[in-house]
Design a protein around this ligand. Structure first.
Ligand code: ADP
Ligand code: MN
Ligand code: MN
Ligand code: MN
Length: 372
């Protein structure tokens, strides 16, 4: 039976890549049993996606995750990694930087977005003569709302293709919506987020609309920007926790602020202003239930110091591979810091440490301990 397979990949544009796709028809004897290994590698013209020069233009598509339904006549979607002309990892491949899958890490992305009434056209709802100010749109219902059909169709399509979408809601600005994707694993969560964006773009396209993932599309007036709050946990946070362990996490994040911001999407300074439920881009803070902090500690976590944290800084168009890479690295560093501090506490007085090391960064501190 002939099956439509839609290959989806990320192009070579910077700072944020775009989604690309094309369809291949493949004849299968038993399509109901189709698995990832049955999908052939494919190729494309990398000179049209900023991934190759014209005189050496072939790039290759290596399928890495399959999205299908139980109905064999439905299109099969396959997310791919790009290989260069020599069949090596392509330099645009940020997924490769994440490393091996690790299901100890859980990620929940809150993807916010605006809907435009067309390409380069105003945000949906903004071409009408009278626009109500921000206030009643968040989780709103009634004649002032726009774009709900997009949000609901997207929800259905994600569910149909077994993407673990956990919910959706109208956001604070007019024409702005959110959905949440949760998965166990650095790669699974990020792959599903990219495919969920692909579905969203395709659905909007049918209506002549365009999805706007820019973090601050409306700069005039009092309107929220879009983020992609990233909720994260590792096994130790969920099962052991403890105030000291969480403190080493906060310290590790605090010393790596620039690295995090560098990986959380371009133009984010337009959104992280300290207003509209954000912390300013050049400050780091954490707080209980604090929506003006860089990292929010959910109330439930503060009760017994186990669970997850919410990094509120990532921008709506950020690359999830970069986000999970930097967060998992920082958590691994926090583990090391915590272990070293635990060993130290057993035989060294805390005041002495503070006197000696009070002004240096965690990295320097750790290096010093190790050398001793
Ligand atoms: P809010 O809008 O209040 O910030 P949401 O309900 O939109 O919160 O999103 C919370 C997200 O946190 C969901 O995507 C959920 O899956 C995720 N989450 C819940 N528990 C964990 C956990 N232990 N580890 C990682 N993410 C989690
Ligand atoms: Mn939310
Ligand atoms: Mn939100
Ligand atoms: Mn949130």
């Amino acid at each position: 039976m002939k099956i439509k397979i839609e290959y989806v990949w990320l192009d070579g544009y910077t700072p944020e890549p775009n989604l690309r796709s094309k369809i291949k028809i493949v004849d299968y004897v038993n399509p109901s049993k189709l698995i990832l290994e049955d999908i052939p590698n494919w190729g494309f013209d990398g000179s049209s996606t900023k991934q190759a020069e014209g005189n050496f233009s072939d790039c290759y598509l290596k399928p890495i995750r399959l999205y299908r339904t139980s109905n064999v006549s439905d299109t099969v979607y396959v997310l791919c990694e790009v290989l260069d002309g020599d069949n090596k990892i392509h330099e645009s491949n940020t997924r490769a930087l994440v490393g091996d899958e690790d299901t100890d890490f859980w990620f929940g992305f809150e993807q916010e977005y605006f809907i435009r009434s067309g390409h380069n056209k105003p945000i949906l709802g903004f071409n009408d003569s009278i626009v109500d100010p921000q206030g009643k749109y968040y989780c709103g219902v009634g004649g002032n709302m726009v774009g709900r059909n997009i949000s609901e169709q997207h929800l259905d399509m994600c569910l149909k293709y077994d993407i673990n979408i956990e919910g959706t809601n109208a956001e604070v600005a007019l024409g702005q919506w959110e959905y949440q994707i949760f998965e166990k694993g650095k790669l699974k969560s990020s792959d599903d987020l990219w495919m969920s964006r692909y579905f969203l773009f395709k659905i909007a396209e049918k209506y002549g609309y365009q999805i706007e993932l820019h973090p601050k599309p409306i700069v005039n007036g009092e309107w929220n920007g879009s983020g992609m709050h990233t909720n994260f946990s590792n096994k130790k946070m969920r099962e052991v926790g403890g105030e000291e362990y969480f403190n080493s996490i906060f310290k590790s994040f605090a010393t790596r602020t620039k690295e995090h911001i560098d990986n959380y999407g371009s133009d984010n300074h337009l959104r992280l202003t300290g207003k509209f439920e954000t912390q300013s881009i050049d400050r780091f803070s954490w707080g209980f239930s604090d929506r003006g902090a860089s990292i929010r500690v959910p109330k439930i976590v503060s009760e017994n110091w186990t669970g997850y944290l919410e990094d509120r800084r990532p921008a709506s168009h950020a690359d999830p591979y970069k986000i999970v890479k930097v967060i998992s690295d920082t958590l691994n560093f926090a583990d090391e810091l915590y272990k070293t501090l635990q060993m130290m506490y057993n035989d060294i007085k805390i005041e002495e440490i503070e006197n000696k090391y009070g002004t240096i960064t965690n990295e320097e501190l750790l290096k010093d301990y190790k050398e001793e």
